[in-house]
Design a protein around this ligand. Structure first.
Ligand code: FE2
Length: 186
């Protein structure tokens, strides 16, 4: 449903400082909406399986579970949980969609880890699709290369196991709400 504020402007070039003060206050008071939207998108991944042994929500939960059990910090755990959330919209450019959803809330290395994760993941299957399994090599020398490698090799590519003790979305919800409730940059 579309809501309008009657006292607000119809054109930005007719706006006032008072109106922008209202908008800023309203916007800041609704930052918790982002976590709700992200959780909604994550839940929708349960509808996507596309031939894998587990659905995409289970896969994302399993990556986050593996990252958490390996001692990763909260930014990395939530990024792991959300790394394939872009598939709710579009599979071809899902890494960029997920990375941009996370960008205002995580440090640069975590953003980059998600942005390039498919290039690193390709090591484990690109040869079956006529693509270059060494796609990650174009990133060799990047300061966050080792983190992206750990993400893909130890957590992401290993997280399609229906028998793994995967933690539920509710377990991660507090971390999701804490991270998306306070952007690092606007
Ligand atoms: Fe993945």
């Amino acid at each position: 449903m579309t809501t309008t504020t009657p006292t607000s402007f119809r054109r930005m070039d007719e706006s006032t400082a008072e109106q922008w003060s209202v908008i800023a206050t309203e916007t800041l008071s609704h930052f918790d909406r982002t976590a709700d939207r992200v959780l909604m998108l994550l839940r929708s991944l349960a509808e996507i399986t596309d031939g894998f042994a587990v659905d995409q929500l289970t896969h994302c939960l399993q990556v986050a579970t593996r990252a958490e059990r390996a001692g990763a910090d909260d930014e990395i755990v939530v990024a792991a949980l959300c790394h394939d959330v872009g598939k709710a919209i579009s599979v071809p450019n899902h890494p960029a969609i997920a990375a941009e959803i996370l960008r205002s809330y995580v440090r640069d290395e975590v953003y980059w880890m998600i942005l390039v994760h498919q290039d690193f993941q390709g090591r484990h299957y690109y040869q079956y699709l006529g693509m270059d399994p060494n796609a990650r090599e174009k990133h060799r020398g990047h300061e966050s290369f080792a983190l992206a490698e750990k993400f893909a090799d130890e957590w992401d590519q290993a997280a399609f196991d229906p028998d793994y003790d995967t933690l539920p979305l509710e377990h991660f919800e507090p971390k999701v709400r804490a991270l998306f409730g306070s952007p690092k940059r606007l």
